[in-house]
Design a protein. Structure first.
Lengths: 233, 114
């Protein structure tokens, strides 16, 4: 067991005028995750610390936060792999609900706006809609998204313009635009072919660095930009 | 805390700074050229300020800003038109920086020695 020092951003809108940092020290194994340290703080030192977590295994994407200045999932980062004190902040660019919990309403509204579901007017076949391996590989990378918002809140274009649809929604749109079974590409492309659509991307690559699923987001955005430019879906 | 982005974020920050720098130079340049309209005396007087050694360093800075902005612009275009290259964006950035410094060494020497 080692002593782990954490510097956590705290903010309770009912009491505090602005966010502030508070230091904590807990005992943890070096192979524990940052999430374990945060739960140790909550369980043993300060029960008022508020954070989101669900599966705690990098699948649900609910514990996205800024750890030592970079967006990560607290459940995927080992304590031995980060320098101390571990600075923990909420995702940047969203309204803070309390401590590390942010309001993701707008984020999910943008997600819904890109119609993240299969659009196909043809009569459903008796069994599944078949697809070749090559056709599936075309969009496989973007199927991995878990909507943790690490990419969108790492994007300077999003910080400066909260109306920007954001990398996460573009990834979701890409997943269907390039799916051979889908017929809704045109409507999604129209939505993305706007000032606040894909053209807001400045190829900064913060989204790619932040993605816990290692999706090449800038490539996905680039492919949509290129298709909008040359109209070859 | 400042978001700790990597090469991509830094290349973007430098792109913005150099862009603003070049724009500022152009604004000053338009103003000093415009002074010709008020006669040669005032124009020569203002242009003489540029003989100050600080402006010599400033000129090297201006060249560096234009060069970086141009090279990084090419990098952005490559990535935008061939998204497959996003995989190598870091390597392209380092190549860009190598070209930048290789060009800046002789250029700085030539500009400052005159």
């Amino acid at each position: 067991m080692i002593q782990v020092h954490l510097k956590i951003q705290r903010y309770n809108p009912e009491k505090d005028s602005k966010p502030y940092f508070k230091d904590y020290a807990v005992e943890c194994e070096p192979t524990d995750r940052v999430l374990d340290a945060l739960l140790a703080v909550k369980g043993t030192l300060d029960g008022s610390l508020t954070l989101r977590k669900s599966c705690a295994h990098g699948v649900c994407g609910s514990d996205g936060m800024r750890i030592n200045g970079r967006n990560m999932l607290a459940c995927k980062v080992l304590i031995k792999n980060v320098s101390q004190p571990i600075v923990v902040e909420p995702l940047k660019g969203f309204k803070i609900v309390k401590d590390l919990v942010v309001d993701m309403k707008q984020f999910f509204e943008k997600y819904v706006a890109v119609k993240p579901y299969l659009i196909n007017q043809e009569t459903s076949p008796e069994k599944e809609r078949l697809q070749s391996q090559k056709q599936q590989e075309r969009f496989e990378d973007t199927t991995k998204c878990i909507l943790c918002a690490c990419c969108t809140t790492a994007c300077p274009s999003f910080w400066s313009d909260p109306n920007y649809v954001g990398p996460a929604s573009i990834v979701q749109a890409h997943r269907f635009i390039f799916d051979s079974r889908d017929q809704g590409g045109e409507e999604r492309l129209n939505l993305l072919n706007q000032r606040e659509g894909v053209w807001r991307c400045r190829t900064i690559f913060n989204c790619v660095e932040a993605c816990p699923r290692e999706i090449n987001i800038t490539r996905a955005i680039g492919e949509i930009k290129r298709d909008l430019l040359f109209k070859k879906i | 805390m400042f978001y700790k982005g990597k090469e991509g974020q830094w290349s973007w920050i430098f792109h913005r700074i150099t862009g603003i720098g070049v724009l500022l130079f152009l604004a000053i340049h338009i103003i000093d050229t415009m002074l010709v309209g008020w006669g040669p005396e005032i124009y020569n007087k203002v242009i003489a300020i540029y003989r100050n050694p600080i402006f010599k360093i400033g000129e090297v800075g201006l060249f560096a800003a234009v060069l970086y902005h141009a090279l990084n612009g090419i990098r952005i275009m490559i990535i935008d038109f061939v998204p497959e290259f996003t995989k190598y964006h870091r390597q392209i950035f380092y190549l860009e920086m190598l070209l930048f410094f290789l060009s800046m060494i002789p250029v700085s020497f030539l500009m400052l020695s005159h």
